[in-house]
Design a protein around this ligand. Structure first.
Ligand code: KG4
Ligand code: ZN
Length: 340
């Protein structure tokens, strides 16, 4: 089985080819990605209209390149998978219409994949992980703790009531005058900063539900930054370190609560998993690995290039669905919102 995966929901244009190995794992034959970061940097965030146009300009060539690198052709594929949402609707439409056209012309099954589900299933591509597992899905637009019981079988244990974790990193970066996207920048500066200099709040700590709230933390940081302005580079590093330490404490506490609730909905987890762009954060990964170890679970997170948005995760989710006969037809809608 061999699938093409197309990703255009945000600011990465991506196309990949993934095959199913005998051992039930995925083998990535090509994983092409073009980031639009440079085009959005001046605006401090993703501009939907610019994103959609940029996807149109490069997607066809990127798909051709992915097929080339994979040494395959359209007619050799078993299906065409595309992220049909959630995301910026202009970009989603570009990917979906392209995928439908290819599916129609080459007479291949269409797999309209949920972008979040694709993040959630990535550890099965990379590590062959068995169900059920506890997933922390944290990106620029989403923060969820989910019991992943099977393909299409997810129980949400917690979510954010305001900002997503990645969004909080991005907003803090903007506030401190750092480059977009903020997550990697904040992490880089946090390494040299003092995490104890600012006593920032840990919202939701100790609550019985596994929900997140991050806007209060961001506000507390803004107040400190305004009090100190103009900021010296040491201040910026200490603010980054203090912010990241607070996020880590919150994440560990919320995961603890979700682990406690997991058994009742899904039995015993095979692992604790982190996915989505924020899973690239080393401090969060280390804290979760330690936490998993304490309760005798393994910790799984995709390798860094597969944490952020990519085509391989879409192809893999398509493969998982195709195996189960969960194919879509040409009426599949583009969805700006699509809870999973
Ligand atoms: O999954 P993703 O690539 O795109 C979305 O679907 O949102 O995630 C991007 C988000 C951004 O908010 C970015 O700042 C955050 O992930 N991120 C990080 C790190 N790398 C990316 N956040 C914290 N630490 C990082 N190292
Ligand atoms: Zn994503």
């Amino acid at each position: 089985m061999k699938i093409l995966g197309i990703e255009t929901t945000c600011d990465e244009t991506a196309a990949a080819v993934v095959a199913l190995d005998d051992g039930d794992r995925g083998r990535i034959l090509a994983n092409e990605i073009l980031s639009q970061i440079a085009e959005h940097a001046a605006y401090g965030g993703v501009v939907p209209e610019i994103a959609a146009r940029a996807h149109v300009e490069v997607l066809d060539r990127l798909i051709a390149r992915a097929l080339d690198r994979a040494g395959t052709t359209l007619s050799d594929l078993d299906g065409i998978a595309v992220a049909a949402g959630p995301g910026l609707i202009g970009g989603v439409l570009v990917g979906l219409v392209t995928a439908k056209t290819l599916a129609l012309v080459a007479r291949k099954p269409l797999l309209a994949v949920n972008h979040l589900e694709a993040h959630a299933l990535t550890p099965r591509l990379t590590d062959g992980l068995a169900f059920p597992y506890l997933l922390l899905l944290a990106s620029g637009g989403h923060t969820q703790l989910v019991a992943v019981k099977g393909v299409g079988d997810y129980v949400r244990l917690g979510t954010t009531i305001d900002d997503a974790i990645g969004e909080a990193f991005d907003k803090v970066a903007k506030l401190l005058g750092l480059a977009y996207p903020g997550g990697p920048e904040v992490e880089r500066l946090a390494e040299t900063g003092n995490p104890e200099r600012f006593a920032l709040p840990r919202p939701m700590l100790g609550r019985r539900e596994a929900d997140f709230s991050l806007s209060g933390l961001k506000t507390a940081l803004r107040i400190e930054a305004e009090r100190l302005a103009p900021l010296a580079s040491r201040d910026v590093a200490d603010l980054c370190a203090s912010f990241q330490a607070a996020v880590v404490d919150v994440v560990v506490d919320r995961v603890r609560v979700a682990l406690r609730g997991f058994g009742a909905v899904a039995g015993h987890p095979t692992a604790l998993v982190a996915a989505g762009g924020v899973a690239a954060n080393g401090a969060i990964r280390r804290a979760l690995a330690a936490q998993a170890g304490e309760v005798g679970l393994s910790f799984v997170a995709p390798p860094l290039p597969l944490c952020g948005d990519n085509g391989a995760m879409i192809a893999w989710a398509g493969l998982e669905r195709l195996r189960l006969g969960l194919v879509d037809d040409l009426t599949a809608p583009a969805r700006a919102r699509w809870p999973f």
